[in-house]
Each structure stands twice: as structure tokens, then as C-alpha cells.
Design a binder for this molecule. Structure first.
Ligand SMILES: Nc1ncnc2c1ncn2[C@@H]1O[C@H](COP(=O)(O)OP(=O)(O)OP(=O)(O)O)[C@@H](O)[C@H]1O
Ligand SMILES: [Mg+2]
Length: 256
């Protein structure tokens, strides 16, 4: 019996931000339905990895490979990566003035449906499911009609990322500190959404410093990023050890 290829395969990814090489050589695999927690000290490059995979123009890929379901992510513009099923939840979700939240999410969802050969959802059907999802996430319905993140509190922005995740149902979701700024109910909603989508095959890379949530996510692997490389690979034991002893005492990757 042959094992299927990982959904995401990243090989020797090297990324510059401005003049600085932030990722020197990152390699990782994520299987469909599995969850990898990415840890690392502040400034170690976790957000850089997510933004580079999503195609942010400020993150310049110097070399390496990133395949999503066999498709060459790095060769695609950002919107095609999203169409291919990649979703990034921002560490600091930006405001998008003048663009209504519900229209924004519906447009993204319908672009994905189109690329899967499905009919677009009309405004009524979309709004019905969006209202239901918002309610389940504790987001007031009125937020669907407001410009994206305009005037949203820190926790509301994160819940809005979760709303997008739950409606878009991506193949691979990168959640960059989605728990930061969220109250206990918000963190519970993250855990529930992740479990629901994972059962449907969505793969996750979750960046978090919060051990309690990491434990509840039941990760398949825990990785530690240091000096632009994956310095350690382990399981929950690694996350627990880091929580106990910190990053500063850990060994730097070979060649750093
Ligand atoms: N646009 C930019 N211009 C200059 N330097 C940048 C830029 N973006 C990121 N960096 C630098 O790249 C390094 C990695 O940043 P990154 O945001 O990826 O870290 P992180 O691991 O996500 O940290 P944190 O845990 O604080 O979120 C940092 O030293 C940061 O200052
Ligand atoms: Mg970050």
C-alpha cells in the first residue's frame, strides 16, 4: 500500500524580508486532516513563513519549493493560492475600509466555488449561512454589514478571521496566533472550529504561544523555528518542555 503525498510539502524555503534573510531553510510536510503547531521565539520567522506561503509581496522567496496538493504555490499570485485552498489568518488582521465584511467573504467563497466548478452562492443563501456561523462564533450579526474589521476590537478581529475560516473551509489553514487577544469563549470556538474542519480533511499549521490551547488542539507534530530553520521536531512533549523552560535555553540549529 502506498502512502498519499502530504497535502503541503515545503522544501528548503528561503525568504528575505527587506535586506534580511529571515527563513534560511525551512522544510516541512502537513498531511490532509493533520495539525502542526509551529512554535518559536518572537521574531523567529513564524509569521514570515505564513505570509511567504500566502504570497505577500513584501516577502521575497529566494529559493525552495512549496507544493499544495501537488500545485506549485510559489509560482502563483496570492489570489490563486487562495483559490487552491490556502487560507491565512493574520496575526494582526488589517482593516479593509469601504469593503463590507459579508461581500468580502462571499466574493472569496464564490471565487473558490468557481474554481471547484460549483455554482456561486447567491446573496440570500450566503447571508443565511454567514449569520448562522457568526452567531455560533459570538459575533454580532451587525458585523457582517460593516467594513472588514473597521472599528473591531482585537478579539472581534480574531473572531472575524475564524468566521472566514469556517465559511471558506480551506484545504490548508495557517492560523497565526489566532488565540491572542481572544477571551476563553473565543479560544474554545477556535478549538471547536479546528476540530470540525479537521474532521473534514482541512490541514492546519497553528502558530501559538499558548500551551493550554495547543494541548486542546491535539497536534500531530510540534515544530520549533529558530534562526530561519526548523530546529526541533516533536510532539506535545516539546510544546510542554518549551512552556516550562523557555526558548532561550534551547540549542540553536546546526550551521546557525
Ligand atoms: N516588513 C518587514 N521589514 C523588516 N523586517 C521585518 C519585516 N517583517 C518581518 N521582519 C523581521 O523578520 C523577523 C521575523 O519576523 P516574524 O514576524 O516572522 O516573527 P514571528 O516569529 O512571527 O514573531 P512573533 O512571535 O513576535 O509574532 C523579525 O526580526 C522581524 O523584525
Ligand atoms: Mg508572528
Amino acid at each position: 500500500m502506498t502512502t498519499p503525498d502530504p497535502l503541503l510539502q515545503v522544501r528548503d524555503l528561503r525568504v528575505n524580508v527587506g535586506e534580511r534573510t529571515v527563513l534560511r531553510s525551512v522544510s516541512l510536510d502537513v498531511n490532509a486532516g493533520s495539525l502542526v503547531v509551529l512554535m518559536g521565539a518572537n521574531g523567529s520567522g513564524k509569521s514570515t513563513l505564513g505570509l511567504a506561503l500566502a504570497g505577500h509581496p513584501a516577502y521575497h522567496v529566494l529559493g525552495g519549493q512549496a507544493l499544495l496538493a501537488g500545485q506549485d504555490l510559489l509560482a502563483m499570485p496570492a489570489h490563486e493560492r487562495a483559490r487552491a485552498g490556502l487560507f491565512l489568518s493574520f496575526q494582526s488582521p488589517p482593516d479593509v475600509p469601504g469593503v463590507k465584511n459579508n461581500l468580502f467573504i462571499r466574493t472569496a467563497l464564490n471565487a473558490q466555488r468557481e474554481s471547484r466548478g460549483e455554482q456561486p452562492l447567491d446573496a440570500f443563501d450566503f447571508l443565511t449561512s454567514a449569520k448562522q456561523a457568526a452567531k455560533g462564533l459570538g459575533l454580532p450579526e451587525a458585523m457582517l454589514g460593516r467594513p472588514v474589521n473597521a472599528g473591531f476590537s482585537g478579539g472581534e478581529r480574531k473572531r472575524n478571521e475564524l468566521l472566514q475560516l469556517s465559511l471558506l473551509q480551506p484545504r490548508l489553514a495557517l492560523l497565526d496566533e489566532i488565540d491572542s487577544g481572544m477571551d476563553v469563549d473565543g479560544v474554545r470556538a477556535v478549538v471547536e472550529q479546528v476540530a470540525r474542519l479537521r474532521a473534514q480533511g482541512t490541514a492546519f499549521i497553528v502558530v501559538s504561544h499558548y500551551l493550554q490551547m495547543i494541548e486542546q488542539l491535539h497536534p500531530d507534530a510540534v515544530l520549533r523555528l529558530d534562526q530561519g530553520c526548523i530546529a526541533e521536531r516533536g510532539d506535545l512533549g516539546l510544546a510542554r518542555h518549551i512552556a516550562e523552560t523557555g526558548f532561550a535555553s534551547r540549542t540553536a540549529p546546526v550551521g546557525a
